[in-house]
Design a protein around this ligand. Structure first.
Ligand SMILES: *Cc1c(COP(=O)(O)O)cnc(C)c1O
Length: 478
Protein backbone atom coordinates (compact mmCIF):
# COMPACT_ATOMS: atom_id res chain seq x y z
CA UNK A 1 0.00 0.00 0.00
CA UNK A 2 1.30 3.42 -0.93
CA UNK A 3 1.55 6.25 1.55
CA UNK A 4 -1.19 8.70 0.51
CA UNK A 5 -0.22 12.07 -0.95
CA UNK A 6 -3.54 13.78 -0.29
CA UNK A 7 -5.30 13.54 3.04
CA UNK A 8 -8.85 12.21 3.20
CA UNK A 9 -12.01 13.46 4.88
CA UNK A 10 -12.88 12.06 8.35
CA UNK A 11 -16.35 10.80 7.32
CA UNK A 12 -14.87 8.84 4.44
CA UNK A 13 -12.24 7.26 6.70
CA UNK A 14 -14.68 6.38 9.45
CA UNK A 15 -16.94 4.71 6.92
CA UNK A 16 -14.01 2.68 5.63
CA UNK A 17 -13.07 1.63 9.17
CA UNK A 18 -16.62 0.42 9.74
CA UNK A 19 -16.71 -1.44 6.42
CA UNK A 20 -13.45 -3.24 7.23
CA UNK A 21 -15.20 -5.00 10.11
CA UNK A 22 -17.41 -6.82 7.60
CA UNK A 23 -15.42 -10.05 7.79
CA UNK A 24 -15.05 -10.13 11.59
CA UNK A 25 -16.81 -12.67 13.75
CA UNK A 26 -20.39 -11.67 14.56
CA UNK A 27 -19.71 -10.73 18.16
CA UNK A 28 -22.46 -8.14 18.56
CA UNK A 29 -25.12 -10.83 18.14
CA UNK A 30 -23.72 -12.89 21.02
CA UNK A 31 -22.64 -15.78 18.76
CA UNK A 32 -18.94 -15.73 19.68
CA UNK A 33 -17.76 -17.77 22.67
CA UNK A 34 -14.31 -16.17 22.99
CA UNK A 35 -12.49 -12.83 22.64
CA UNK A 36 -15.45 -10.56 23.39
CA UNK A 37 -16.70 -9.32 26.76
CA UNK A 38 -19.89 -7.37 26.32
CA UNK A 39 -21.81 -6.12 29.35
CA UNK A 40 -24.58 -4.53 27.32
CA UNK A 41 -25.13 -1.27 25.44
CA UNK A 42 -24.90 1.17 28.37
CA UNK A 43 -21.59 -0.19 29.66
CA UNK A 44 -20.29 -0.38 26.09
CA UNK A 45 -21.13 3.24 25.34
CA UNK A 46 -19.71 4.42 28.67
CA UNK A 47 -16.47 2.59 27.94
CA UNK A 48 -16.15 4.21 24.53
CA UNK A 49 -16.91 7.67 25.93
CA UNK A 50 -14.50 7.30 28.85
CA UNK A 51 -11.80 5.93 26.54
CA UNK A 52 -12.26 8.83 24.11
CA UNK A 53 -12.14 11.35 26.94
CA UNK A 54 -8.61 10.18 27.83
CA UNK A 55 -7.31 8.88 24.52
CA UNK A 56 -4.85 11.78 24.12
CA UNK A 57 -3.58 12.03 27.71
CA UNK A 58 -0.22 10.37 28.34
CA UNK A 59 0.18 8.05 31.32
CA UNK A 60 3.98 8.13 30.94
CA UNK A 61 4.54 10.97 33.35
CA UNK A 62 2.45 11.18 36.56
CA UNK A 63 3.70 14.69 37.29
CA UNK A 64 2.37 16.00 33.97
CA UNK A 65 -0.78 13.87 34.00
CA UNK A 66 -1.83 13.36 37.61
CA UNK A 67 -5.25 12.43 36.20
CA UNK A 68 -3.98 9.15 34.69
CA UNK A 69 -1.95 8.45 37.83
CA UNK A 70 -4.97 9.00 40.08
CA UNK A 71 -7.16 6.75 37.90
CA UNK A 72 -4.55 3.99 38.03
CA UNK A 73 -4.35 4.21 41.82
CA UNK A 74 -8.12 4.02 42.12
CA UNK A 75 -8.36 1.01 39.81
CA UNK A 76 -5.56 -0.83 41.63
CA UNK A 77 -7.18 0.03 44.97
CA UNK A 78 -10.39 -1.64 43.82
CA UNK A 79 -8.43 -4.66 42.52
CA UNK A 80 -6.59 -5.08 45.83
CA UNK A 81 -9.86 -4.81 47.72
CA UNK A 82 -11.46 -7.51 45.55
CA UNK A 83 -8.44 -9.82 45.91
CA UNK A 84 -7.98 -9.12 49.65
CA UNK A 85 -4.50 -7.68 49.33
CA UNK A 86 -4.37 -6.52 52.94
CA UNK A 87 -2.11 -3.80 54.35
CA UNK A 88 1.10 -3.23 52.40
CA UNK A 89 -0.18 -4.76 49.16
CA UNK A 90 0.54 -2.87 45.95
CA UNK A 91 -0.01 -3.23 42.26
CA UNK A 92 0.10 -1.66 38.82
CA UNK A 93 -2.21 -1.24 35.89
CA UNK A 94 -0.91 -2.94 32.74
CA UNK A 95 -1.93 -3.34 29.11
CA UNK A 96 -2.96 -6.98 29.47
CA UNK A 97 -2.45 -10.31 31.15
CA UNK A 98 0.68 -10.94 29.15
CA UNK A 99 2.30 -7.73 30.38
CA UNK A 100 1.26 -8.53 33.97
CA UNK A 101 2.88 -11.96 33.73
CA UNK A 102 6.01 -10.63 32.03
CA UNK A 103 6.43 -8.20 34.90
CA UNK A 104 5.85 -10.87 37.53
CA UNK A 105 8.59 -13.08 36.11
CA UNK A 106 10.98 -10.14 35.67
CA UNK A 107 10.37 -9.12 39.28
CA UNK A 108 10.98 -12.67 40.50
CA UNK A 109 14.16 -13.00 38.47
CA UNK A 110 15.64 -9.68 39.55
CA UNK A 111 14.70 -10.32 43.18
CA UNK A 112 16.51 -13.68 43.04
CA UNK A 113 19.56 -12.02 41.50
CA UNK A 114 19.78 -9.70 44.47
CA UNK A 115 18.64 -11.92 47.35
CA UNK A 116 19.60 -15.43 46.17
CA UNK A 117 23.00 -15.08 44.49
CA UNK A 118 23.47 -18.87 44.48
CA UNK A 119 20.74 -19.04 41.83
CA UNK A 120 22.49 -18.86 38.48
CA UNK A 121 19.95 -20.72 36.32
CA UNK A 122 16.57 -19.56 37.66
CA UNK A 123 13.49 -21.66 36.96
CA UNK A 124 9.76 -21.55 37.60
CA UNK A 125 7.52 -24.56 38.25
CA UNK A 126 4.26 -24.40 36.29
CA UNK A 127 1.41 -26.85 35.64
CA UNK A 128 0.90 -27.89 32.01
CA UNK A 129 -2.36 -25.94 32.08
CA UNK A 130 -0.45 -22.70 32.83
CA UNK A 131 -0.94 -19.89 30.32
CA UNK A 132 1.42 -19.56 27.38
CA UNK A 133 2.44 -16.07 28.52
CA UNK A 134 4.55 -17.58 31.33
CA UNK A 135 6.57 -19.45 28.71
CA UNK A 136 6.88 -16.25 26.72
CA UNK A 137 8.11 -14.46 29.85
CA UNK A 138 10.62 -17.24 30.50
CA UNK A 139 11.83 -17.02 26.90
CA UNK A 140 12.14 -13.22 27.07
CA UNK A 141 13.89 -13.15 30.46
CA UNK A 142 16.00 -16.29 30.12
CA UNK A 143 14.30 -18.21 32.90
CA UNK A 144 13.64 -21.96 32.62
CA UNK A 145 10.05 -23.23 32.80
CA UNK A 146 9.59 -26.64 34.41
CA UNK A 147 6.24 -28.01 33.28
CA UNK A 148 4.36 -30.38 35.55
CA UNK A 149 1.48 -32.62 34.35
CA UNK A 150 -1.92 -32.01 35.93
CA UNK A 151 -4.49 -34.53 37.18
CA UNK A 152 -5.91 -36.29 34.08
CA UNK A 153 -9.48 -36.21 35.39
CA UNK A 154 -9.82 -32.82 37.08
CA UNK A 155 -7.08 -30.97 35.13
CA UNK A 156 -6.00 -29.34 38.41
CA UNK A 157 -2.37 -29.02 39.43
CA UNK A 158 -1.19 -31.90 41.65
CA UNK A 159 0.55 -30.35 44.69
CA UNK A 160 2.87 -33.31 45.38
CA UNK A 161 4.10 -33.31 41.78
CA UNK A 162 4.56 -29.57 41.80
CA UNK A 163 6.64 -29.90 44.96
CA UNK A 164 8.75 -32.69 43.45
CA UNK A 165 9.68 -30.42 40.54
CA UNK A 166 11.13 -27.71 42.79
CA UNK A 167 14.92 -27.57 42.98
CA UNK A 168 17.52 -25.19 44.41
CA UNK A 169 17.21 -22.93 41.35
CA UNK A 170 13.44 -22.49 41.60
CA UNK A 171 12.31 -18.90 42.15
CA UNK A 172 8.56 -19.14 41.65
CA UNK A 173 5.61 -21.48 41.26
CA UNK A 174 2.42 -20.85 39.26
CA UNK A 175 -1.19 -21.74 40.00
CA UNK A 176 -4.19 -20.74 37.87
CA UNK A 177 -7.53 -19.41 39.10
CA UNK A 178 -8.95 -20.22 36.65
CA UNK A 179 -6.99 -21.97 33.95
CA UNK A 180 -8.05 -20.76 30.53
CA UNK A 181 -8.40 -24.10 28.73
CA UNK A 182 -10.52 -26.06 31.21
CA UNK A 183 -11.73 -23.29 33.51
CA UNK A 184 -10.63 -25.03 36.68
CA UNK A 185 -9.09 -23.55 39.83
CA UNK A 186 -5.80 -25.04 41.02
CA UNK A 187 -5.45 -25.99 44.72
CA UNK A 188 -3.90 -22.65 45.64
CA UNK A 189 -3.95 -23.21 49.42
CA UNK A 190 -1.88 -26.39 49.07
CA UNK A 191 0.46 -24.69 46.60
CA UNK A 192 0.83 -21.84 49.11
CA UNK A 193 1.97 -24.26 51.81
CA UNK A 194 4.57 -25.69 49.44
CA UNK A 195 5.78 -22.23 48.44
CA UNK A 196 6.24 -21.29 52.11
CA UNK A 197 8.02 -24.56 52.88
CA UNK A 198 10.51 -23.96 50.06
CA UNK A 199 10.67 -20.19 50.48
CA UNK A 200 9.75 -19.47 46.86
CA UNK A 201 7.26 -17.05 45.31
CA UNK A 202 3.77 -18.13 44.24
CA UNK A 203 2.03 -16.37 41.35
CA UNK A 204 -1.72 -16.92 41.07
CA UNK A 205 -2.76 -16.38 37.47
CA UNK A 206 -6.21 -14.92 37.87
CA UNK A 207 -6.10 -13.08 34.55
CA UNK A 208 -9.34 -14.62 33.38
CA UNK A 209 -10.82 -15.63 36.75
CA UNK A 210 -10.02 -12.59 38.88
CA UNK A 211 -13.07 -10.55 37.97
CA UNK A 212 -15.38 -13.58 37.96
CA UNK A 213 -14.54 -16.01 40.76
CA UNK A 214 -15.17 -13.66 43.69
CA UNK A 215 -18.71 -13.09 42.44
CA UNK A 216 -19.33 -16.73 41.50
CA UNK A 217 -18.18 -17.68 44.99
CA UNK A 218 -20.57 -15.19 46.52
CA UNK A 219 -23.35 -16.78 44.44
CA UNK A 220 -22.52 -20.16 45.97
CA UNK A 221 -20.19 -21.83 43.45
CA UNK A 222 -17.81 -24.33 45.02
CA UNK A 223 -14.53 -22.48 44.47
CA UNK A 224 -11.41 -22.99 46.60
CA UNK A 225 -9.64 -19.97 48.10
CA UNK A 226 -7.18 -18.50 45.66
CA UNK A 227 -6.61 -14.80 46.31
CA UNK A 228 -3.88 -12.72 47.97
CA UNK A 229 -5.17 -13.61 51.45
CA UNK A 230 -4.05 -17.24 51.00
CA UNK A 231 -0.77 -17.83 52.89
CA UNK A 232 2.12 -18.29 50.49
CA UNK A 233 0.56 -16.39 47.58
CA UNK A 234 2.93 -13.52 46.78
CA UNK A 235 1.61 -12.11 43.52
CA UNK A 236 -1.55 -12.26 41.41
CA UNK A 237 -2.43 -11.16 37.89
CA UNK A 238 -5.96 -10.10 37.08
CA UNK A 239 -7.35 -8.78 33.80
CA UNK A 240 -10.07 -6.16 33.70
CA UNK A 241 -10.52 -6.58 29.96
CA UNK A 242 -11.97 -10.07 30.33
CA UNK A 243 -14.81 -10.57 32.85
CA UNK A 244 -14.29 -7.05 34.13
CA UNK A 245 -15.83 -6.07 30.76
CA UNK A 246 -13.39 -3.12 30.51
CA UNK A 247 -11.99 -1.87 27.20
CA UNK A 248 -9.02 -3.88 26.00
CA UNK A 249 -5.63 -2.87 27.31
CA UNK A 250 -6.57 -3.32 30.99
CA UNK A 251 -4.99 -5.73 33.46
CA UNK A 252 -3.12 -5.65 36.75
CA UNK A 253 -0.20 -7.20 38.57
CA UNK A 254 -0.68 -7.24 42.35
CA UNK A 255 1.88 -8.02 45.08
CA UNK A 256 0.97 -8.97 48.63
CA UNK A 257 4.20 -7.36 49.85
CA UNK A 258 4.31 -4.07 47.97
CA UNK A 259 8.04 -3.80 48.61
CA UNK A 260 8.60 -6.48 45.97
CA UNK A 261 7.56 -4.06 43.28
CA UNK A 262 10.94 -2.34 43.37
CA UNK A 263 12.31 -5.17 41.22
CA UNK A 264 9.64 -4.40 38.67
CA UNK A 265 10.44 -0.74 38.11
CA UNK A 266 12.69 0.47 35.35
CA UNK A 267 14.58 3.74 35.94
CA UNK A 268 17.12 5.15 33.50
CA UNK A 269 18.88 8.48 33.34
CA UNK A 270 22.06 7.20 31.66
CA UNK A 271 21.46 8.85 28.33
CA UNK A 272 21.12 12.35 26.98
CA UNK A 273 17.33 12.44 27.17
CA UNK A 274 14.67 12.77 29.85
CA UNK A 275 14.80 10.44 32.85
CA UNK A 276 12.65 7.39 32.23
CA UNK A 277 10.94 5.77 35.21
CA UNK A 278 8.54 3.05 34.09
CA UNK A 279 6.76 0.94 36.67
CA UNK A 280 5.50 -1.32 33.86
CA UNK A 281 6.61 -2.34 30.35
CA UNK A 282 4.99 0.47 28.40
CA UNK A 283 6.41 3.95 28.47
CA UNK A 284 4.26 6.34 26.45
CA UNK A 285 0.69 5.15 26.97
CA UNK A 286 -2.78 6.48 26.36
CA UNK A 287 -4.97 7.30 29.35
CA UNK A 288 -7.87 5.68 27.46
CA UNK A 289 -7.64 2.15 28.89
CA UNK A 290 -7.35 3.20 32.53
CA UNK A 291 -10.15 5.77 32.22
CA UNK A 292 -12.47 3.25 30.55
CA UNK A 293 -11.55 0.65 33.16
CA UNK A 294 -12.23 2.95 36.10
CA UNK A 295 -15.58 4.00 34.63
CA UNK A 296 -16.64 0.40 33.92
CA UNK A 297 -15.76 -0.87 37.42
CA UNK A 298 -17.55 2.08 39.02
CA UNK A 299 -20.57 1.78 36.73
CA UNK A 300 -21.14 -1.94 37.29
CA UNK A 301 -20.06 -2.25 40.92
CA UNK A 302 -20.35 -5.48 42.89
CA UNK A 303 -24.07 -5.67 42.19
CA UNK A 304 -23.59 -5.30 38.44
CA UNK A 305 -20.91 -7.99 38.35
CA UNK A 306 -23.02 -10.35 40.46
CA UNK A 307 -25.82 -10.01 37.94
CA UNK A 308 -23.52 -10.61 34.99
CA UNK A 309 -21.87 -13.60 36.65
CA UNK A 310 -25.23 -15.11 37.53
CA UNK A 311 -26.27 -14.92 33.87
CA UNK A 312 -23.03 -16.57 32.78
CA UNK A 313 -23.28 -19.28 35.44
CA UNK A 314 -26.87 -20.13 34.46
CA UNK A 315 -26.04 -20.19 30.75
CA UNK A 316 -22.97 -22.36 31.38
CA UNK A 317 -24.94 -24.86 33.47
CA UNK A 318 -27.53 -25.08 30.66
CA UNK A 319 -24.87 -25.73 28.04
CA UNK A 320 -22.98 -28.27 30.16
CA UNK A 321 -26.19 -30.16 30.97
CA UNK A 322 -27.09 -30.29 27.27
CA UNK A 323 -23.60 -31.52 26.34
CA UNK A 324 -23.84 -34.23 29.01
CA UNK A 325 -26.83 -35.53 27.04
CA UNK A 326 -25.00 -35.58 23.69
CA UNK A 327 -23.55 -39.08 23.21
CA UNK A 328 -20.36 -38.04 21.40
CA UNK A 329 -19.32 -35.08 23.57
CA UNK A 330 -17.90 -34.69 27.05
CA UNK A 331 -16.83 -31.71 29.11
CA UNK A 332 -13.25 -31.98 30.40
CA UNK A 333 -12.74 -31.80 34.16
CA UNK A 334 -15.35 -30.35 36.50
CA UNK A 335 -15.49 -26.67 35.58
CA UNK A 336 -17.24 -24.52 38.19
CA UNK A 337 -17.53 -21.39 36.08
CA UNK A 338 -18.20 -20.13 32.57
CA UNK A 339 -15.06 -21.45 30.88
CA UNK A 340 -14.86 -25.04 29.76
CA UNK A 341 -13.74 -27.31 26.98
CA UNK A 342 -15.52 -30.08 25.16
CA UNK A 343 -13.81 -33.19 23.78
CA UNK A 344 -14.96 -36.31 21.99
CA UNK A 345 -13.79 -39.91 21.77
CA UNK A 346 -15.82 -40.56 18.64
CA UNK A 347 -16.29 -37.45 16.47
CA UNK A 348 -13.95 -34.78 15.11
CA UNK A 349 -14.22 -31.71 17.37
CA UNK A 350 -12.45 -29.52 14.80
CA UNK A 351 -15.14 -30.42 12.25
CA UNK A 352 -17.66 -29.58 14.96
CA UNK A 353 -16.13 -26.09 15.27
CA UNK A 354 -16.30 -25.65 11.49
CA UNK A 355 -19.90 -26.89 11.27
CA UNK A 356 -20.87 -24.50 14.07
CA UNK A 357 -19.06 -21.71 12.23
CA UNK A 358 -21.20 -22.44 9.18
CA UNK A 359 -24.22 -21.83 11.43
CA UNK A 360 -22.74 -18.49 12.53
CA UNK A 361 -21.20 -19.53 15.89
CA UNK A 362 -17.61 -19.23 17.00
CA UNK A 363 -16.20 -21.83 19.39
CA UNK A 364 -12.44 -22.09 19.85
CA UNK A 365 -10.42 -25.15 18.74
CA UNK A 366 -7.66 -26.23 21.13
CA UNK A 367 -5.06 -28.83 20.23
CA UNK A 368 -4.41 -31.88 22.32
CA UNK A 369 -1.46 -31.52 24.66
CA UNK A 370 -0.16 -34.01 27.19
CA UNK A 371 -3.20 -35.52 28.95
CA UNK A 372 -5.67 -32.99 27.53
CA UNK A 373 -7.23 -34.24 24.26
CA UNK A 374 -8.18 -32.08 21.27
CA UNK A 375 -11.20 -30.00 22.25
CA UNK A 376 -13.27 -26.90 21.61
CA UNK A 377 -13.29 -24.17 24.22
CA UNK A 378 -16.20 -21.99 25.27
CA UNK A 379 -16.07 -18.76 27.26
CA UNK A 380 -19.70 -18.03 28.07
CA UNK A 381 -20.36 -14.33 28.49
CA UNK A 382 -23.42 -12.34 29.46
CA UNK A 383 -24.05 -11.49 25.80
CA UNK A 384 -24.15 -15.21 24.90
CA UNK A 385 -26.72 -15.99 27.60
CA UNK A 386 -29.90 -14.99 25.71
CA UNK A 387 -28.93 -17.25 22.78
CA UNK A 388 -28.14 -20.31 24.82
CA UNK A 389 -31.13 -22.43 23.75
CA UNK A 390 -30.49 -21.73 20.09
CA UNK A 391 -26.80 -22.54 20.60
CA UNK A 392 -27.49 -25.83 22.32
CA UNK A 393 -29.95 -26.85 19.60
CA UNK A 394 -27.41 -26.13 16.83
CA UNK A 395 -24.63 -27.86 18.74
CA UNK A 396 -26.83 -30.94 19.16
CA UNK A 397 -27.64 -30.96 15.45
CA UNK A 398 -23.98 -30.69 14.46
CA UNK A 399 -22.98 -33.39 16.94
CA UNK A 400 -25.69 -35.77 15.66
CA UNK A 401 -24.78 -35.12 12.06
CA UNK A 402 -21.07 -35.79 12.61
CA UNK A 403 -21.96 -38.94 14.53
CA UNK A 404 -24.26 -40.18 11.77
CA UNK A 405 -21.71 -39.40 9.08
CA UNK A 406 -18.96 -41.06 11.11
CA UNK A 407 -16.62 -38.06 10.99
CA UNK A 408 -14.02 -39.25 13.47
CA UNK A 409 -11.16 -36.84 13.03
CA UNK A 410 -8.61 -39.65 13.14
CA UNK A 411 -7.00 -38.62 9.87
CA UNK A 412 -4.15 -40.47 8.28
CA UNK A 413 -0.96 -38.48 8.40
CA UNK A 414 0.19 -37.94 4.79
CA UNK A 415 3.46 -39.74 4.10
CA UNK A 416 5.43 -36.59 3.25
CA UNK A 417 4.27 -34.86 6.46
CA UNK A 418 5.20 -37.85 8.59
CA UNK A 419 8.68 -37.87 7.07
CA UNK A 420 9.00 -34.15 7.67
CA UNK A 421 8.08 -34.55 11.34
CA UNK A 422 10.62 -37.31 11.75
CA UNK A 423 13.30 -34.93 10.55
CA UNK A 424 12.11 -32.07 12.79
CA UNK A 425 10.79 -29.88 9.99
CA UNK A 426 12.46 -27.69 7.39
CA UNK A 427 12.01 -24.32 5.71
CA UNK A 428 9.49 -25.74 3.28
CA UNK A 429 7.14 -27.10 5.92
CA UNK A 430 4.32 -24.85 4.81
CA UNK A 431 4.54 -25.84 1.19
CA UNK A 432 4.63 -29.52 2.15
CA UNK A 433 1.63 -29.07 4.40
CA UNK A 434 -0.23 -27.20 1.66
CA UNK A 435 0.50 -29.93 -0.89
CA UNK A 436 -0.50 -32.67 1.52
CA UNK A 437 -3.79 -31.05 2.49
CA UNK A 438 -4.75 -29.04 -0.56
CA UNK A 439 -4.80 -25.91 1.61
CA UNK A 440 -3.33 -22.74 0.13
CA UNK A 441 -0.84 -21.48 2.71
CA UNK A 442 -1.40 -17.85 1.67
CA UNK A 443 -5.13 -17.77 2.30
CA UNK A 444 -7.07 -18.83 5.35
CA UNK A 445 -9.47 -21.60 4.29
CA UNK A 446 -13.16 -21.54 5.24
CA UNK A 447 -12.83 -24.91 6.96
CA UNK A 448 -9.87 -25.53 9.24
CA UNK A 449 -10.65 -29.14 10.23
CA UNK A 450 -8.14 -30.87 7.95
CA UNK A 451 -5.31 -28.60 8.92
CA UNK A 452 -6.26 -28.66 12.61
CA UNK A 453 -6.26 -32.46 12.60
CA UNK A 454 -2.77 -32.53 11.16
CA UNK A 455 -1.49 -29.90 13.55
CA UNK A 456 -3.08 -31.78 16.41
CA UNK A 457 -0.97 -34.83 15.63
CA UNK A 458 2.32 -32.96 15.61
CA UNK A 459 4.63 -32.60 18.56
CA UNK A 460 4.10 -29.09 19.94
CA UNK A 461 7.59 -27.66 19.16
CA UNK A 462 7.10 -28.58 15.51
CA UNK A 463 3.57 -27.19 15.54
CA UNK A 464 4.97 -23.92 16.91
CA UNK A 465 7.62 -23.73 14.21
CA UNK A 466 5.05 -24.27 11.51
CA UNK A 467 2.51 -21.84 12.91
CA UNK A 468 5.18 -19.17 13.34
CA UNK A 469 6.24 -19.67 9.74
CA UNK A 470 2.63 -19.46 8.66
CA UNK A 471 1.94 -16.24 10.57
CA UNK A 472 5.18 -14.72 9.39
CA UNK A 473 3.98 -15.29 5.87
CA UNK A 474 0.42 -14.16 6.60
CA UNK A 475 1.75 -10.78 7.70
CA UNK A 476 3.87 -10.36 4.59
CA UNK A 477 3.60 -6.98 3.02
CA UNK A 478 2.36 -7.59 -0.50
C1 LIG B 1 -6.03 -14.29 28.87
C2 LIG B 1 -5.12 -14.93 29.84
C3 LIG B 1 -3.80 -14.50 30.01
C4 LIG B 1 -3.14 -13.47 29.11
O1 LIG B 1 -3.84 -12.34 28.99
P1 LIG B 1 -3.83 -11.35 27.72
O2 LIG B 1 -4.65 -10.24 28.25
O3 LIG B 1 -4.45 -12.06 26.57
O4 LIG B 1 -2.43 -10.94 27.46
C5 LIG B 1 -3.07 -15.09 31.01
N1 LIG B 1 -3.58 -16.07 31.77
C6 LIG B 1 -4.83 -16.55 31.61
C7 LIG B 1 -5.34 -17.65 32.48
C8 LIG B 1 -5.65 -15.99 30.64
O5 LIG B 1 -6.88 -16.46 30.44
Amino acid sequence: MQFPRKGRAPADLLAELEALKGHDVLWAEGRVFAYIYDAGPVAMQLQKDAYSAYVVENGLDPTSFPSCFELEKRVIGMALDLQQGGPGAEGNFTSGGTESILLSIKTARDRARELRPHITRPNIVIPETGHSSFFKACAYFDVEAIRVPVDPVTYRAVPAEMEDAIDDQTILMVGSATSYAHGVVDPVEELGEIALRHDILLHVDSCVGGMYLPFAKELGADIPNFNLSVPGVTQLSMDFHKWGYAAKGASSILYKDGDMRRWQIWAWSGWTGYSVINPTVLSTKSGGPVAACWATLQHLGREGYLELVEKCQDASRTIIAAIDDMPALRVLGQPQTNLFSVASDTIDVFALADDMKAKGWYIQPQFGFSNSPANVHLSVGASNAPLVNEFVRDLGECEASLRERGVTGLREMPQEMAALFESGGDGNMLRTLGEATGVDPDNLPERMDTINNLLNQMPSPLRDKLLAEYVNRLYSND
